[in-house]
Each structure stands twice: as C-alpha cells, then as structure tokens.
Design a protein around this ligand. Structure first.
Ligand code: ADP
Ligand code: MG
Length: 697
C-alpha cells in the first residue's frame, strides 16, 4: 500500500477520536490528505512586535509579554474569558469564547509567553481572539524563520485542535516518513514547468526553510492543483472531439443568401462577422461544435444566432433557440418573425403557456419538418418535443440553465446537434478556462456603431427630488424609464411589498404618466400584456423586479433606475444596466443606495460608475466575491475550494498549466505512455469523473 494512504489515526498525537474530527471537519482521512492540508499563512518569527505599534493593518504578529489577570464575562454558552496581556509597552486583551476552563488552567499569571494572532479593535480596545501561545523561550531556542498557521474550525478548537496542534501533528507525520515521497507529476511535466520535487515542496510548505524555498514550494503545489483540473478538461475535450461526429454544414445557400442580400437590417460589425466565420468553420469540420459566445449586452448576439440557424437550414436541418424566460422567448420570436417576414421560413414559439391545441400542432410541425426554427423556454427540452432533423441549438443567457437541462438537448437527434451557448455575463478568462474549459470561445468585443456609452450615476436614497425631475425631462423627450427593485426568495414578502410601495409612490409622483409594474409572481399572460404595453410606449415607466434583467430589448427605454443597488452583485447590476443604451439616445443608469455603505459596496458602486466594460466588471466581481459565488460556478462541478491555488492571483500559473496539459494530451491523448501512468493515477485519485460537466456544453 502507498505510504500516503496510511490512516491518519496512526499519526502520533491523532488517535481515533481526533481522526474522526479531522475526517468530518476537513475531509482529511489519510496521511496524504494531511500533508496536503496546507497552511493559510505564515508568521515571521524573526520579528517580535510591540503592543504600542499595533495598528489596524497588522497581519498575524507575535508579541512577548505576561498575562496580568483573567476575567470572565457572560454565562453559559455566552461565556467568554479575557486575559489582560502586557508586554511593557501596553495592554492587549486575549479573548476565548470556548474552552474557558482549559485555558484558565493552562496559562499562568505573570509568566512570559509568546502570543500569535491578528489584532483587531473591539470596543476601542485591541484584542486577539483565540491566540496561539507558546511558553517563552530564549532567542537561541526559538525556531527561526516562518511558522505555518493552519485554518481550523470551531469544532476542532473545541477538541484543542488549533493551529499549533495541527502543526505538531503534521510534524509527527513527517517523522513517520522513511523515504522521499513519490513524485505526483510525471518527469516531463516537472522538467518543463521547472518544478520543485513533490517531497521538498510538501516539506517547505509546512516548514519553510526560507522565503525563497517557500515560494518555490507554493508554485509547485499551485501548479499541480491547477494542472490536474486542466489535464482533466483537456483530456475530456480531446476524447469527445475524437468520438463525436458532428453534422456537416457545407452549404451556404438560399436561406442565408436571401437574408443577407435582402433582409438584413444593418451592416454586421466586424466582430459579428468574425464570430460567424468561426462558427462556420466549426460546423463544416465534421466535429460537433460546442461553442460559448460571449458578448456584452447589446453587442448583437441574436443576429449571429439567427444567421447560423439559416446556415443549418441551408443544409437541411432544423434549429432551435432556448431562452430562460417567457418574456425573452416571445421577444426573440417577434424579432425572428419580423426579420424573416418575407421569407419562406417557418418559426414557432413554444413556452409553458402555449395552449394544448397549439402545442400539438407545433409538435406535429416539428416532426414533419414544417417548422424550421423553434423558439422557446424550458418547454422545448421536454421529451414530447421531437424534431425531424435538429442540427443547431442556441442557448441564450446560459447561466440560467442547469447542467442537466442542457444535456437533454443533445438527445434530440441521433447525433448531438451543434451547440452555441450565448452569454452576456462575460466570464474572466481564468474562470472560463476552468468552468467552460472544453468549450471553444468566441467573443463579440465590439458594439454596433452609433451607441453612446451609458452614463452611470450613484445617488443616495434620501435625495430623490432631482432624480424625479430628471425622469420627467427624459419622458418629455419621448423616452421610457425602468425602475428595478431587488427580489430574493428569502425575503420575498418584504421585497414584493417594497415593490408595491414603490409602484404606488411613483404613480403619485407622476400622475401625468402611465406607470406599470411587473414581477415574477404575475401570470405569463399578464406579464406579456405589460411588456407589450411598454414596448408600444403606452406606458412610460415600468416598475419591476429583475424579471427584466435578461435580454429584454426596448430601444426607447433610456433610463434604468436601480433601487437598493447595494443588494445586487456587480454582474447583475451590469446586466440590468444593459437593458438601456440600446437605441441611439444618451442613456443613463442610476444606482440608488442608502448613505451608509460597507466598503465592498462602495467599491462596487465605484466600479459601476467608472466602467461600462463587461470584462472589467467580471474581473472585479471575481476579485471581490471569489469564484465560488459567481453565477454558474456552483453547478459547474469544478471544485472551487481549491486548496492552495487562487484563480485570480494565480492566473499566470493557470495559463502555464493549461499549456503544458495541452501539450501532454496532444502527444499522448490516452496517457498511455509509461511515464504518464502517474498522471492517470492522480486523475482517478482526484475523481476525474467529477469534472465531466463538459458533456453538456
Ligand atoms: P445581445 O447581444 O445583448 O443579445 P441583441 O442581439 O439583442 O444584443 O442586439 C441589441 C440591439 O442591437 C438589437 O436592437 C439589434 O437589432 C441591434 N443590432 C444587432 N447587430 C447590429 C448591427 N450590426 N448594427 C446595428 N445594430 C445592431
Ligand atoms: Mg440577447
């Protein structure tokens, strides 16, 4: 058996009880898992700090001094223990919320200790919560250099498994190692990426001999973590490409030519042309296409989708477009019907509210081939919906769809159709490589000409007078206004009430205009009616929840007011803002928040007022929130609780890892060379199948 598979209960200082806690809390079962439980920071032990120098920006520091007194506060579960600690330059409070008895018994008043922790200010006093403590040692005895600090959970702390204890356990684990740990990457990878050996990396990550070795160790371990994710994606993609034949669209014929010559309402942008070329190349290649089309709101993705569908028709195939909401599906249906009105193309709309009779007609039309293009919502993935010959699938605003739903579209023909996934939420490149790593990516990075950049303003909610005046002026210029309220499930009642109150208030402020409201709780028919009214400019102001967030296109609407903007994430704010600025007029987005804001929120408002670029915003979002919270990542199946790598900071390492993984797979697609055996083993150890989300495109 591999030494690294040894159960952690055999590590001195662990035993069955602590082993169970480590299993449960950290997912650490084996010695190998333990060695890969990396520190989250290091304390520089060469530097002793003084209480009088502490300021708000201190990292983890060490202090040397004595406890002068203990005090307890509160009762029962609320009980906490405070030790007053003095180092000769000032006092700081050491605070424990757990294990009060144990701590009181363990540490003595008036003895010298070295204390580690991050000082924070509470009630105007500096304190360190749950500090690590060492009995004082003379300078000569003290370990030098960098000391590793480990993350621990509340439960672990209750069983005295703090950072210090973890350090001891890991030290003991190292004591059990008799020979060098086996290399976990193949020699060619180690050589090409110039990596430190696995054994040395693990040793230096826990017990760094110096900062340079620590840096090399970190590089090696981050690389490895990202490399295996990429290797898996690249291997999977190459495997799929080798296996799946795609329909071949070799003709450009009647449909596209007629449309292009007679019906296209405007000159395509260069970016649109390029993307159509990319898609044409894919769909003529004999391989099945899985392509992600990213383009900022308003960049003209719909037209690209339509033209690709016409190419499918030119080759005898049907096409479908799936949208996340009924509103959006109807809007696409109308756009398509209008653009294709004089052509012999049959377009149908299928949503949840399509009547039974009509539904049956559509089902029949799809089977017979009478219907060329189907537009719809989730309704179109149901099993009863069968095509005569479906060749091209477009999924709009992809982040609203779950993985399983998309997978169903693959089964609508005997070969999977080509799939184009369109999203207006730009995804930072690092994330795209990880979440959509096996999709080819096309980008529309150019807006149609003549658009004026949207002006974004941030206003506090107490000052509405000027805003209302501004809205009035805009409406007198002939424009229309959106006012959006947040609505989330957890506080739905409250949110709906806010919307309702807002609606009544706005009607009072603007008696001369027609104000409508819309939210997800309304019946589809009602929503549709309201939307039609707004599109026809029979209503000037729409008060709504985020149901209008995705895709809706009313070029005459030029002002987007977002209430309680602090409650929205950056990507969502950007999406909402994209609902205006679609016509030739100057458009505005007004973010309304309370005066008191957290620093994160203030940052978000600043980014919004400063940038209109979806990619800039997506990068900022990734930085502020981390990848785990971004839309679409949860269902991606990629383990975003990376142990050591960081998709934001380590993007250079990620690109390198991808490059090397691609090289390996192109030379040895099945990883069958003997020196690659270790790669195969590691992939299966990491549960390679976990990442097979790529299947769904
Ligand atoms: P999105 O990429 O957000 O889905 P749409 O496809 O809805 O954007 O396009 C936004 C608007 O721009 C639509 O009104 C569309 O008709 C228009 N549009 C698309 N392509 C062009 C173009 N090449 N020139 C001018 N207007 C265009
Ligand atoms: Mg769109």
């Amino acid at each position: 058996m591999n030494f690294l598979q040894t159960d952690i209960k055999f590590v001195p200082g662990v035993g069955p009880k602590r082993a169970e806690i480590l299993n449960k809390e950290l997912d650490v079962f084996t010695l190998g898992d333990l060695l890969r439980w990396y520190p989250y920071r290091y304390v520089d032990r060469s530097r002793m700090y003084y209480v009088h120098e502490i300021d708000g920006s201190m990292p983890f520091i060490q202090l040397k001094g004595k406890i002068t007194a203990f005090e307890t506060f509160g009762e029962g579960r609320k009980k906490r223990l405070i030790a007053h600690f003095n180092d000769g330059t000032g006092f700081i409070d050491l605070v424990w919320f757990q294990g009060v008895k144990y701590i009181e018994g363990k540490y003595k008043i008036n003895q010298e200790y070295i204390v580690f922790g991050k000082p924070t200010l509470f009630n105007n006093r500096w304190n360190i919560a749950h500090p690590e403590m060492d009995a004082y040692m003379s300078e000569a005895d003290r370990p030098e250099g960098l000391m590793a600090m480990y993350n621990t959970t509340e439960k672990m702390k209750n069983h005295y498994l703090n950072s210090k204890a973890m350090q001891n356990i890991i030290q003991n684990a190292f004591g059990m190692i008799k020979e060098r740990l086996p290399e976990s990457l193949s020699p060619d990878v180690v050589k090409e990426a110039r990596l430190m050996a696995f054994h040395d990396a693990v040793e230096n990550i826990h017990f760094p001999k110096n900062p340079i070795l620590l840096r090399d160790a970190e590089f090696r371990l981050k690389f490895e973590e990202l490399f295996y994710i990429q290797l898996n994606i690249v291997r999977y993609a190459s495997d799929r490409k080798a296996k799946l034949n795609g329909f071949i669209f070799k003709n450009v014929g009647h449909y596209l030519n007629t449309f292009y010559k007679k019906h296209i309402p405007f000159e395509l942008t260069n970016a649109q042309k390029r993307v159509i070329r990319e898609i044409r190349k894919d769909t003529a290649s004999g391989k099945q296409m899985n392509r992600l089309l990213q383009g900022d709101v308003g960049s003209g993705k719909t037209l690209v989708a339509l033209m690709c569908m016409l190419i499918a028709m030119d080759n005898g195939f049907q096409a479908c477009l799936m949208a996340p909401t009924e509103i959006l599906a109807s809007q696409h249906f109308e756009t398509f019907s209008k653009l294709l009105s004089d052509m012999d193309v049959n377009v149908a709309l299928l949503t949840g509210s399509t009547k039974k009779k009509e539904r049956e007609t559509i089902h029949a039309g799809l089977l017979s081939g009478d219907i060329h293009i189907l537009i719809g919502t989730h309704a179109l993935i149901e099993d009863v919906v069968q095509f005569q010959n479906l060749g091209f699938v477009v999924i709009d605003e992809q982040h609203r769809f779950g993985v399983a739903q998309r997978a169903k579209l693959w089964t609508k023909n005997d070969h999977p159709p080509h799939v184009l996934v369109m999203t207006a939420t730009p995804i930072p490149r690092t994330l795209a490589m990880t979440v959509y790593g096996d999709l080819d990516v096309s980008v529309i990075d150019e807006l149609p000409p003549g658009r004026k950049p949207i002006q974004t303003l941030h206003r506090f909610d107490k000052k509405r007078g000027a805003l209302y005046q501004f809205i009035r002026e805009q409406i007198h210029l002939g424009r229309q206004i959106y006012i959006v309220y947040p609505l989330i499930e957890e506080s739905e009642k409250m949110d709906l009430k806010n919307l309702e109150d807002g609606f009544i208030h706005i009607k009072e402020v603007f008696p001369e205009f027609t104000v409508v409201k819309m939210h997800g709780r309304m019946k589809p028919a009602e929503k549709d009616e309201v939307m039609q009214q707004f599109v026809a400019n029979e209503a000037q102001i729409m008060v709504s929840t985020t149901v209008i967030e995705v895709g809706v296109n009313v070029p005459n609407a030029s002002v987007m007011v977002i209430e309680s903007a602090q409650r929205f994430g950056l990507s969502q704010l950007h999406q909402l803002r994209g609902r205006v600025g679609r016509g030739a007029d100057q458009s505005y987005c007004v973010l309304i928040t309370p005066y008191e804001l957290s620093s994160d929120t203030r940052k978000r408002m600043e980014i919004m007022t400063e940038s209109n670029d979806g990619f800039v915003i997506a990068e900022a979002d990734l930085k502020l929130r981390g990848p785990g919270d971004l839309e679409g990542t949860q269902q991606s199946g990629v383990p975003f609780n990376l142990h050591i790598a960081d998709l934001v900071r380590d993007n250079a390492i990620l690109f390198r890892a991808r490059e090397i993984a691609e090289g390996i797979i192109s030379n040895d697609p099945k990883l069958s060379q003997p020196e690659h055996l270790v790669l195969k083993q590691q992939l299966s150890r990491l549960g390679g199948n976990r990442y097979d989300w790529g299947r769904i495109g």
